[in-house]
Design a protein. Structure first.
Length: 362
């Protein structure tokens, strides 16, 4: 009975609910005039506990034909339509006869693209065997071991003159922690270059560098049109089994605006724009023979053996809310996401689930 009571209490503490109801923030403004430098996410965060749900806040509004296109000077007013909160757009009208000419590029973006722009054309996750087959840097004209912009390097392989290349450093190899399946290898862009002389060993002029290039790095074509739309529509991620695979910076803890790799990609149904809630997996408490819970850090070998032999002795604590992450770049088996909400630091191994709302708000 005591074990059941403890389990019920722990479950109640971690009770979460997902509902299609917008939760407005206390103290929100009634109106807001869009300013240059604003993002859709930032504006929505003024009104909602879940900023990623801005499409619903604006979606049923006939005055906003395309909610992606909000411009500086527009006045947003909070109203209620059939009991549901909505933002009404009241465009700014200039007094001159010409009025205001708006181009698509003037519209405010979902997020600050400067946060992710470097990653759109840089790091990739590729098949390790494929990476080893790409042309290799042999050295350069400079006697230095390290090569930077304006240096000429030698690459093994007859590459067409004029071809623009990315020079990549082989990075970490990732595996699925449960199946051991290879999820790919990180390829880190160190420089861009252009082939200036073809042959069995081609000469490449380095155009710019993000890191120093050394022998052993690989070269292959840069991605075409590697740009995420500024008007990407966020939506709930529903892919099962998703976890935080690694930090892009290879750091222990990640916070707001840090980049994370996740262990699911296009083959699993992940799409750019999907939003996930991040949880720390709940720890396991062992109920000892004296009916006293033993926390993980205090468990002895006997306690762990008891839990393995008697499932009733082990109680899993609720998962702990960390924050939210939005995917912006997708590979075959992995993806890259931007942490947009961080109530607590995000770590490798954290779980990614369909976005949820805490009963008391975030």
């Amino acid at each position: 009975m005591k074990r059941f009571t403890l389990f019920a209490l722990l479950s109640l503490i971690g009770f979460w609910v997902y509902a299609d109801v917008l939760t407005l923030k206390p103290g929100r403004p009634d109106t807001y005039v869009v300013k240059k430098g604003d993002t859709l996410w930032d504006i929505s965060a003024m009104f909602l506990n879940d900023p990623w749900r801005w499409p619903k806040l604006w979606g049923a509004n006939p005055q906003i034909a395309n909610p992606h296109l909000i411009f500086p000077g527009d006045r947003l007013t909070l109203v209620f339509i059939d009991g549901e909160p909505r933002l009404v757009n009241k465009p700014f009208i200039h007094n001159s006869p010409e009025g205001r000419i708006k181009s698509k590029s003037d519209a405010i973006p979902l997020i600050d693209l400067a946060l992710i722009e470097p990653y759109l054309v840089q790091n990739r996750i590729v098949d390790p065997e494929w990476l080893q087959q790409q042309p290799m840097v042999l050295g350069g004209e400079s006697p230095s071991r390290h090569h930077v912009a304006d240096n000429i390097i030698y690459i093994r392989g007859n590459l067409p003159e004029g071809t623009k290349l990315g020079i990549y450093q082989p990075g970490r190899q990732f595996e699925d922690d449960s199946s051991g399946e290879s999820l790919g290898q990180e390829a880190i862009l160190t420089a861009t270059g252009r082939v200036i002389e073809s042959g069995d060993i081609s000469k490449v002029l380095l155009l710019n560098n993000f890191r120093e290039t050394i022998a052993g790095f690989r070269a292959f074509s840069l991605e075409d049109d590697a740009f995420m739309s500024a008007y990407l529509m966020p939506h709930a991620g529903t892919v099962a089994g998703a976890k935080v695979l690694a930090s892009e910076k290879d750091i222990r803890e990640m916070g707001k605006f840090d980049i994370a790799y996740i262990n699911r990609g296009s083959k699993d149904g992940v799409e750019a724009g999907q939003v996930f809630t991040v949880f720390k997996p709940g720890a396991e408490v062992v109920i000892g023979n004296d009916n006293i819970p033993v926390l993980p850090d205090e468990q002895s070998a006997y306690d762990k053996l008891l839990a393995a032999m008697d499932s009733d002795s082990a109680v899993k604590l609720p998962n702990l809310y960390r924050g939210q992450l939005m995917v912006f770049k997708v590979f075959d088996k992995t993806s890259m996401g931007l942490i947009l909400v961080d109530k607590r630091p995000v770590r490798v191994g954290d779980l990614l689930t369909q976005p949820v709302t805490i009963l008391k708000g975030e």
